[in-house]
Write a protein of this length. Structure first.
Ligand code: ASP
Ligand code: MG
Length: 409
């Protein structure tokens, strides 16, 4: 396809949230067409449409069939693709909309969280060659029996990146309602910095640790296919943030993001025997009961006894505590304790791979505020501390100040 300069763009729900917004998006697309691009546009459902559809279903049943859920949720995107095509026609731009099934976005059969397996480029290429803007419904596909599937909430990002991959474009624009990826949540840190570049791994780590800007699978896909994602606002023409391979980055911070996750709770099982099989028993049982466990810290004490602390989603806490209470006797544990009010505050950055003393400095700034660290875990490019939830904002501020504000001076 060397003859066409293809640009894949994705517009999120807020960007197409009203008729006015859809017209504004059409104008933006027009500038790309005038500049010689063959534009492929992926759109989300308008505004909060998907949430409203979820809520409608819940008014009918507490346990909707997942096939029917996908049938329902996929309708949101069908509305926005048609309206955007009309808005383009209205300003003299030829355009055609397609559902996932029309361009054969084939997925596995896991309703509500399907994975894309292939996309046919035939129909898209034919329309592009006819000088049409191609508008594709994000978030949806079909399985091999032509059932409609969806890719999980926020999945339009992944639709866009998958299209960029099959159309072999290096760049993909993701339009949203913020100017890019910031070093922290602006509601907490007054003036975080907008990153001009960030690596795939940092984006995945930021999402895992509570700062979800993009659908994680879209970032994995982009990494695998070496696609640069330009995350930017559809409300202005400023440059946003490029999500890219770390080897190509010109700008690297030691820490490029500070996050807090406040949806988890901590459980501690005290004085369990320090011998093989105990952890397997506890976490095996939690796993069998589909309880997602995040951080795990074991500490050994006296007399061959150990304590183990771990975090689970707050929504699973009661169930998890009951299961652990049930094991107390079998394990000979002295207590099962639960704490709801925790926050997991993390710092993420590829620069950590090549700097010393990052963990020490984080612990230092927390201790200066008398913040007690209850658990610590690290990954290659992330350090996370469990602290009392009352300090969640303060902790993010002091870490941000120590690493990011300081580096800027
Ligand atoms: N409309 C879907 C959602 O709200 C998909 C998306 O926006 O990416 O989750
Ligand atoms: Mg969205």
């Amino acid at each position: 396809m060397p003859d066409l300069r293809i640009m894949v763009q994705k517009y999120g729900g807020t960007s197409v949230g009203s008729a006015e917004r859809i017209k504004a998006v059409a104008e933006r697309i027009k500038t790309y067409v005038k500049n010689g691009f063959s534009v492929v546009v992926v759109v989300s459902a308008m505004g909060k449409t998907t949430d409203e559809l979820v809520s409608l279903a819940s008014q009918i049943t507490a346990q909707p069939s997942s096939r029917e859920m996908d049938m329902l949720l996929s309708t949101g995107e069908q509305v926005s693709i048609a309206l955007l095509a009309m808005a383009l026609h209205e300003i003299g731009i030829d355009a055609i909309s397609y559902t996932g099934s029309q361009i054969k976005v084939l997925t596995d059969g896991n309703f509500t969280r399907a994975k894309i397996e292939s996309i046919s480029t035939d129909r898209i290429m034919k329309s592009l060659r006819e000088n049409k803007v191609v508008i594709v419904a994000g978030f949806q596909g079909i399985d091999n029996e032509e059932n409609i599937t969806t890719l999980g909430r926020g999945g339009s990002d992944t639709s866009a990146v998958a299209l960029a991959a099959v159309l072999r474009t290096r760049d993909c624009e993701i339009y949203t309602d913020v100017n890019g990826v910031y070093t922290a949540d602006p509601r907490i840190i007054g003036q975080p910095i907008k990153l001009s570049q960030v690596s795939y791994d940092e984006m995945l780590e930021l999402a895992r640790l509570g700062a979800a800007v993009l659908h994680s699978r879209s970032v994995e896909f982009a990494k695998k296919h070496n696609i640069r994602l330009h995350v930017r606002s559809s409300f202005n023409y400023e440059e946003g943030t490029i999500v890219m391979p770390k080897e190509e980055m010109m700008e690297k911070y030691v820490i490029s993001g500070v996050t807090a996750k406040r949806d988890e709770a901590k459980i501690t099982i005290r004085d369990i025997p320090d011998r093989p099989g105990i952890a397997a028993r506890v976490f095996g049982l939690l796993g069998e009961n589909k309880i997602y466990v995040n951080m795990i810290v074991q500490s050994t004490g006296k007399d061959n006894k150990a304590s183990v602390s771990f975090t689970v989603l707050k929504s699973d806490l009661d169930r998890a505590v009951k299961l652990c209470e049930g094991l107390k006797k079998e394990l000979g544990a002295s207590a099962v304790e639960a704490k709801q009010n925790i926050a997991i505050v993390s710092a993420v950055g590829v620069g950590m791979l090549s700097s010393y003393g990052v963990a020490g400095k984080i612990f230092q700034v927390l201790s200066e505020q008398n913040i007690n660290i209850e658990m610590i875990s690290t990954s290659e490019i992330g350090i996370s501390c469990v602290i009392d939830d009352v300090y969640a904002e303060l902790a993010q501020k002091v870490i941000h100040r120590a690493f990011i504000d300081m580096e800027q001076q």
